[in-house]
Design a protein around this ligand. Structure first.
Ligand code: PEP
Ligand code: MN
Length: 337
């Protein structure tokens, strides 16, 4: 990590004054000497309208109280120009744009216009953070960085992955295109699971990220949103202590990125193999119910021939493809039996 790492930590959402302040105090007490920014979403972009939608403007004064009581500056998510104005008027120094908003360049442009207007009226905010869009679109993420840079504010990219996959290739493209800007990793939304947060934080360090944005709640199991992925303040402290023991890293070379991308590809490959076996079991049940033999040599020859043509097109050795298909077929037969 280049300069001092940026750690943004706090609950997914502000739920009540008590929850906001007790979480902030627990974080501050756990790590009194670390520079931290406190996060909490007020306007929550939720999938279903039947779930908790956030407390809205009411929470702004709770965030102000966090800064007064703990000294931590605050960050909140904005999705509309009105939310930018409200957060700005409450002097919230860090604003972030979420993955759903980031997928819509018109919305980002409207937010950027509001930031420009407000900076012209008075002092600019500390920084605007832009998450990657929900779809793995490096070009759109780069475009959004540019839209926000035109406001004059510092822009920080936040990599939160897509559909609970890291999409390292997308982040590598951003890193290559913009070595000058800071990139943080959000392991909470990237994985959706508290148990995966420590290893993703480690990965961020290996890949020379400039910091982390992590969801932490005083009582994760009671959280009104994203409860499975939030960690306690004590767990966050444990993670950071371990990262700091390793110390600063030099810039990650491309091999580190390529290995991360390779591991993610293998994860997908094995997921697909598991799906293939699941389908095989269903086919096995159908064959049994209909009195058909499990082994159908003609069908296998058809599949193999299709794959051999595919191998030629993709520059993969035919013997390798035959060996892989034979192994898959043998296992499928076992699963069907
Ligand atoms: C969040 O940070 O709480 C959030 C909604 O994140 P994302 O936009 O990455 O889903
Ligand atoms: Mn969240």
């Amino acid at each position: 990590m280049k300069k001092e790492p940026i750690y943004i930590v706090g609950p997914c959402a502000a739920e009540s004054e008590e929850q906001v302040l007790s979480t902030a105090q627990a974080i501050r007490q756990a790590m009194p000497d670390t520079r931290l920014i406190y996060r909490a979403g007020l306007w929550k972009p939720r999938t279903s309208p039947d779930t908790f939608q956030g407390v809205g403007e009411t929470g702004l004064k709770w965030l102000q109280a966090v800064t007064e009581q703990t000294g931590m500056p605050c960050a909140t998510e904005v999705a509309t120009p009105e939310q930018v104005r409200a957060a700005w008027d409450a002097q919230i120094p860090y604003l972030w744009i979420g993955a759903r908003t980031s997928a819509n360049p018109i919305a980002v442009q409207e937010i950027a216009a509001q930031i420009s207007q407000m900076s012209a009226e008075h002092q600019t905010c500390q920084a605007v953070l832009i998450k990657n869009p929900v779809n793995a679109d490096a070009a759109l993420w780069l475009g959004n960085i540019q839209r926000l840079e035109n406001t004059g504010a510092e822009v920080i990219a936040v990599h939160r992955g897509c559909n609970h996959q890291p999409c390292w290739e997308m982040a590598r493209q951003i890193r290559q295109a913009r070595p000058d800007i800071r990139i943080l990793l959000d392991p909470s939304h990237m994985s959706g699971q508290a148990a995966a947060v420590p290893s993703l934080c480690r990965k961020a360090q290996e890949l020379s990220y400039d910091g982390l944005m992590v969801e932490s709640h005083i009582a994760p199991e009671k959280a009104l949103s994203d409860s499975k992925q939030q960690i306690t303040p004590a767990d966050f402290k444990w993670i950071i202590e371990r990262l700091e023991q390793t110390g600063k890293r030099q810039d990650a070379n491309d091999l580190v990125w390529l290995r991360a991308i390779m591991d993610e590809t293998d994860d997908k490959l094995w997921q697909v193999i598991a799906e293939r076996m699941h389908i095989s079991r269903q086919i096995g049940t159908w064959k049994k119910a209909n009195g058909m033999d499990i082994i159908q040599p003609e069908r296998y020859q058809d599949i193999l021939q299709q794959r051999l043509k595919w191998a030629e097109k993709n520059g993969i050795d035919k013997q390798t493809v035959t060996a892989i298909m034979d192994a898959l077929h043998t296992e499928s037969i076992k699963q069907q039996a």
